[in-house]
Design a protein. Structure first.
Length: 322
């Protein structure tokens, strides 16, 4: 996966900050501790002396082997003595070590030259933030969904859909199924898909949301080098996020490029088992006409379909809900 250079520098800066904080805190913890327990400082001094002696030995002696072996033994002995001192005084044996955010890589971002999970996690989170930056995620919550705006004939059905979405968000995991939200404009598809996204984010998953128009536009600009983000993160991000929400599919300018992109996204995410939420006012046969049979069948056979019914509730509300 590739990331934009701004994402990488932000992630590196975060790691460096974590590392520095952990080490600074450990340093002052140790200073305080040695003030209170000078004996510990003595063991520590002896320990560092073994290192100094070892260097001197290597530089000066013809055959320092035996001497270095004995220094190694001393070194281990003092290390054990430090631990023993701490536990004897009621502290954990790593009490004076830096409390790194990530123990595996000690906040360097790498373990034996391989990128650490914590670094990957940061990159994912930061690039998702970058991509969803203009979205109204915080504006749509389940609590604000108003069922009273629907006509009586649609109320029961919409209440079922609402409850379904609440449950979907509640039981969400990375390998849950995808949703195909179908219905006319103004019935609350965007509201409910964003409410799901907001809940899922609270659970710690990464979400990318975009209207089809913005989303494909961004990928296209990246692909053809006209992007403000030339490293091409959107393209990879669309595949790797825990949830991808494509809003208003069919409202974008459909080209051969968008058709093949859409197929790639739908197909790859299904193969990986990652959920995607698509909202659209395209009926089953229109999906096929607008895109192609392969895309339509992937969505229709693999996504759970929710039919939104009723009249455009924006007329009642006079706000943009969908
Ligand atoms: Zn790490």
């Amino acid at each position: 996966m590739t990331y934009s250079s701004s994402t990488v520098s932000k992630a590196l800066a975060t790691l460096a900050g974590r590392k520095e904080k952990a080490e600074e805190e450990a340093k002052s913890r140790k200073e305080e501790f040695i003030k209170a327990h000078p004996e510990y400082g003595e063991i520590e001094a002896k320990l560092s002396q073994t290192g100094v002696d070892a260097i001197k030995a290597v530089m000066g002696c013809k055959d320092p082997k035996e001497y270095i072996e004995s220094l190694k033994k001393d070194n281990l002995k003092f290390q054990e003595a430090k631990k023993a001192f701490l536990t004897a005084n009621g502290f954990d044996e790593d009490y004076l070590e830096p409390a790194y955010h990530c123990k595996k890589c000690k906040d360097t971002g790498y373990v034996e030259g391989v990128i650490c999970e914590c670094f990957e996690e940061l990159l994912n989170k930061l690039s998702a933030d970058e991509l969803s930056v203009k979205t109204p995620l915080q504006l749509s919550r389940f609590e604000d969904f108003d069922l009273s705006l629907y006509r009586d004939s649609a109320k029961q059905k919409m209440s079922d859909i609402y409850n379904f979405c609440v449950e979907y968000a509640k039981t969400f995991d990375r390998n849950t199924y995808s949703l195909y939200m179908f219905g006319n404009t103004g019935l609350g598809k965007t509201h409910l898909s964003l409410a799901i996204a907001a809940e899922v984010i609270k659970k710690g998953y990464s979400v990318v949301y975009g209207s089809a128009h913005d989303f494909f536009g961004m990928i296209e600009r990246e692909r053809f080098g006209r992007s403000e983000n030339p490293d091409g993160t959107t393209g990879e991000t669309r595949i790797n996020r825990d949830v991808l929400v494509i809003d208003d599919l069919g409202a974008e300018f459909v080209t051969q490029f968008t058709v093949s992109e859409l197929y790639y996204i739908v197909d790859t995410r299904l193969a990986k088992g990652y959920p995607t939420i698509i909202s659209t006012n395209l009926k089953a046969d229109e999906l096929e006409k607008t895109y192609n049979e392969r895309i339509a069948s992937r969505i229709l056979y693999n996504y759970y379909r929710l039919d939104f019914i009723g009249n455009d509730i924006r007329q009642a509300l006079d706000v943009n809900l969908d």
